[in-house]
Write a protein that binds this ligand. Structure first.
Ligand code: NAP
Length: 497
């Protein structure tokens, strides 16, 4: 899409068709250049009502389809998304500024694989065996779609986050209304169009665009949805949960992170250095699982800091469209100012800026990869999510201290431990409080395995069979097999008959 298409691009997708909603027009900006790449009409809270009504109306047909029928549509969607790879990559790169290499090798194929996974998972409903557990009844388990799902997603991985929320819901037989981040709506709209082309019944998958404060709040607090799922920051997630709680709706929250990266003294230092830079800089550090707190054995600490600083200094910032670019810009100038402010305050709390801490001249919201060493445990950069290309490092004295520092955070999304000692690896995976613990790596995800955090990182799972469960209600059906008027348990009610 180019600026030339601006006038015709619809803002939302409701009832299986593009809808030009009545809200203000909004320009989607390329963060690498500051130039507009598209303009859409935003939705208004009234459009949320229409989208929810559309999802409600479509629910009986979709939830009543057989698992094989749902699987066939989702399988076709995976195929169409694969064929549309170049469009999805172009939209993702232009609206987020992420390097084309990342979008081509991670965001888009990962999303397609996830769609494909849920096409298969739709046919694998799990439960306990039917049996006569009471002796007088046959008990069986039904898995039923939760209903209409409202979902709200962030800007950092717009396509992947939409897929992670929408696909398990569709596989379970739910209908969906999604609100992508206002600044990155393009790939979510394309996903909805492809789903329609794949044969998804009209109204099952609706998109409303707009800001969180009005459209997001209207969706999260809507009385006629059955579940609210959210990926984004911890404070907003809690607001969303409160809005959903007013109606007692089920929620699932994927929130912020501050992942520890623990390097024990027997680690392969080169692997740890390279892994730390890759883990900290992926998606310009705008990744909830990014390596953010390096906790390094005292004996390795100086070499680790020097090595990370050297690798970071060679990272190539530039045009996201260029396959040789390593690092794209931050999402907006405002976000860059927030990241830069945190880095600038770090020295006053004892931090030493080893490399980076610089916003290059020129257009776009670029920021150099930054390593801050020797920070105090109370410093802002150690405790709070920066969400930028910034790694913060501290030394630890012994294994107990390493685990303590790793767990000294309100977050619990992801962590890694670097060691060649199997017992240390087992201890770290057991004792670090996080939804995912990598051993000798940091970042990889896979459709078959769950993603989701503990504590201030939220609850519930994305990806895998576990996320399908989020969108299913469990029903127990208990059928009397005696045919008796006088049931055995009636003894508790009738003393004499
Ligand atoms: P955010 O500010 O919390 O926004 C997330 C979404 O919520 C956006 O669509 C936003 O809309 C919407 N929103 C804002 N206020 C709202 C309200 N009052 N009611 C309903 N919706 C509202 O987060 P972000 O800056 O987009 O994303 C970065 C955050 O997401 C980081 O904290 C990161 O760690 C987290 N994240 C977590 C995961 C995970 O899996 N745990 C994955 C990715 C990102 P607008 O932006 O359009 O206003």
């Amino acid at each position: 899409m180019t600026v030339a298409d601006i006038a015709t691009h619809p803002g939302s997708w409701i009832g299986g068709a593009p809808v030009t909603t009545g809200g203000p027009r909004h320009q989607v900006i390329n963060p690498a250049t500051g130039a507009p790449v598209a303009e859409i009409a935003l939705a208004q809270p009234g459009d949320v009502d229409a989208a929810v009504a559309s999802a409600r109306g479509a629910l009986p047909e979709w939830s009543g389809a057989t698992p094989a029928e749902r699987s066939a549509v989702l399988g076709k969607l995976a195929k169409l998304a694969d064929e549309a790879t170049s469009v999805l990559v172009a939209e993702e790169v232009s609206q987020t500024g992420k390097p084309v290499r990342l979008a081509t090798e991670f965001d888009v194929p990962g999303s397609i694989d996830n769609i494909d996974f849920f096409a298969g998972a739709a046919r694998h409903l799990e439960g306990k065996a039917s049996a006569e557990y009471s002796g007088d009844h046959t008990s069986s388990i039904r898995r039923e779609a939760v209903g209409v799902v409202a979902t709200i997603t962030p800007w950092n991985y717009p396509l992947q986050m939409a897929v992670w929320k929408v696909l398990p819901a569709l596989a379970a037989g739910c209908s969906v209304v999604i609100k992508p981040a206002e600044i990155t709506p393009l790939t979510t709209l394309t996903l909805a169009r492809l789903a329609s082309e794949a044969g998804l019944p009209d109204g099952v998958f609706n998109v409303v665009t707009g800001s969180g404060a009005d459209v997001g709040a209207a969706l999260a607090g809507h009385a006629d949805v059955d579940m609210v799922t959210f990926t984004g920051s911890t404070p907003v997630g809690r607001r969303v949960m409160l809005a959903a709680a007013a109606h007692g709706h089920r929620t699932q929250l994927e929130l912020g992170g501050k992942a520890p990266f623990v390097v024990f003294d027997d680690a392969d230092l080169d692997a740890a250095i390279q892994g730390a830079v890759a883990g900290a800089l992926i998606n310009t550090g705008q990744d909830c699982t990014a390596a953010t707190r390096a906790i390094v054995a005292r004996d390795l600490y100086d070499d680790f800091v020097a090595g990370v600083g050297e690798v970071m200094s060679k990272i190539v910032l530039g045009d996201p469209e260029d396959p040789d670019t390593d690092l794209g810009p931050l999402i907006t100038l405002a976000h860059r100012a927030k990241v830069a402010g945190m880095v600038e305050r770090a020295p006053s709390e004892g931090g030493r800026i080893v490399t980076g801490g610089v916003a290059p001249e020129g257009p776009g919201s670029f920021y150099r990869p930054t390593l801050i060493a020797d920070v105090s445990e109370q410093s802002e950069v150690w405790r709070d999510e920066i969400f930028g290309p910034v790694l913060v490092a501290r030394a630890f004295t012994d294994d107990d201290d390493a685990i303590r520092q790793a767990n000294d955070t309100k977050y619990g999304l992801a962590a890694s431990a670097w060691t060649r000692d199997v017992y240390r690896a087992q201890r770290a995976s057991r004792e670090i409080h996080a939804g995912c613990v990598w051993i000798n790596d940091h970042i990889p995800i896979i459709s078959e395995m769950p993603h989701g955090g503990f504590g201030a990182s939220g609850f519930g799972k994305d990806m895998s069979q576990y996320s399908l469960e989020e969108y299913l209600s469990i029903k127990h059906v208990m059928s009397d097999i005696t045919g008796a008027v006088d049931k055995d348990w009636h003894r508790t009610i009738f003393t004499k008959r």
